[in-house]
Design a protein around this ligand. Structure first.
Ligand code: AMP
Ligand code: MG
Length: 349
């Protein structure tokens, strides 16, 4: 495999010749990483089994963890899904293009490998000119999980993609940092009531305004490993994790701050280098601090989350302490990512 070509692309008005070059790679069964409004995706022709298999291979992704299929117009959902209930149509008309993925019954057109062997397909229309133009020019739906190694923090820049997948894929379209910074919200519409499989860039409250109540399993809050027969196999695996340990400290801002300060001292006394994912500009002497932003601006916190985790990991800290946020709005997605990155180490202050 030759080295990965990095093609710079204008994120708002993608250059036609750049898109054409990347689309040719998709059509010939190759892999192209591209920006979406959530994170960078690792794309292949969703209808080409061999191409899709390579996605699993290069990411080291377990074959039973299905991919999201990306489309460039709302009507393409009818090619991929055999049933599109009225609730789905309502969500589609309100939120596509955007960070909302719908799980529906799949048609014969979609290969089983793309869906991890399930009878359902996850579909979304991304709100990013580069992603949309790439899908249109390729002329096929594009299967794209996040463009990172399985288990590591999701990529929000082309540099992150190269660090994980450089030399293993044909092309990275570099359209700068992504806007939302966490993945899409995934809703399963094949069950009644509908179920939140993964909180993400579209707040659950917005979805509930359309659907009424949505079931939120503990796994969607990052609280429990999924047991029983997984409908979203992604739930089984540790995700978003740095190499170092990560501990989430949850609760009200003041007690959280005191607890984190106390832990910084304890861990340093044990000879460890400590990093902190801080909120509201909190300072922790003796620790490497990255401020994610104010609690009142969770968009900013979500946008900086994965970059900050990678940064602290690269600085070589032994442990990262993360201040928790409230689980409303984008806070649900942020807490899901932090708890999963911690592998179960979350404590209440
Ligand atoms: P990623 O591709 O890394 O953004 O992850 C996609 C998420 O969507 C994972 O949690 C998958 O398990 C989930 N997913 C994709 N397809 C399906 C499906 N057919 N049924 C349930 N969950 C799905
Ligand atoms: Mg992922």
């Amino acid at each position: 495999m030759p080295e990965t070509r990095v093609l710079r692309v204008n994120p708002t008005e993608p250059e036609k010749e750049v898109i054409a070059e990347a689309a040719a790679v998709i059509r010939s069964g190759g892999l192209v990483a591209f920006p979406t409004e959530t994170v960078y995706g690792l794309g292949a022709d969703a209808l080409n089994e061999a191409a899709v298999r390579r996605i699993f291979e290069v990411k080291g992704r377990p074959p039973d963890n299905p991919l999201i299929v990306h489309i460039a117009d709302r009507d393409s959902v009818y090619l991929l899904a055999s049933e599109v209930p009225p609730a789905a149509e309502e969500l589609i008309s309100r939120f596509w293009p955007g960070p909302l993925t719908l799980v529906l019954k799949r048609t014969e057109l979609v290969p089983a490998v793309t869906c991890g062997g399930l009878e359902t397909v996850a579909v979304r229309m991304p709100a990013h000119p580069v992603a949309l133009e790439l899908i249109r020019e390729s002329g096929v739906p594009i299967a794209a999980p996040s463009a990172n190694l399985s288990g590591s923090p999701s990529p929000t820049t082309a540099e992150h993609v190269l660090r994980d997948l450089g030399g293993k894929i044909e092309v990275v379209l570099d359209g700068g940092p992504t806007e939302i910074g966490v993945e899409s919200t995934v809703i399963d519409l094949t069950v009644e009531p509908p179920e939140l499989l993964r909180p993400g860039g579209l707040p659950l409250e917005e979805v509930e305004r359309v659907l009424g109540s949505v079931r939120v399993p503990e796994s969607a809050r990052g609280l429990a490993a999924f047991t029983g027969r997984p409908r979203s196999p992604g739930m089984k695996y540790r995700h978003y994790a740095p190499r170092c340990r990560l501990i989430v400290v949850e609760g009200d801002p003041e007690p959280v701050r005191r607890k984190v300060a106390e832990l910084v001292l304890d861990l340093r006394a044990q000879g460890m280098r400590v990093g902190v994912l801080a909120l509201d500009g909190a300072d922790y002497p003796g620790a490497e601090v990255v401020d994610l932003g104010p609690r009142s601006d969770l968009k900013k916190v979500a946008r900086s989350l994965f970059t900050a985790i990678r940064k602290l990991d690269e600085r070589g800290v032994d442990v990262i302490l993360a201040e928790g946020v409230e689980e409303s709005g984008l806070g649900l997605a942020i807490m899901n990512r932090l708890r999963k990155a911690s592998g179960g180490e979350f404590i209440r202050a």
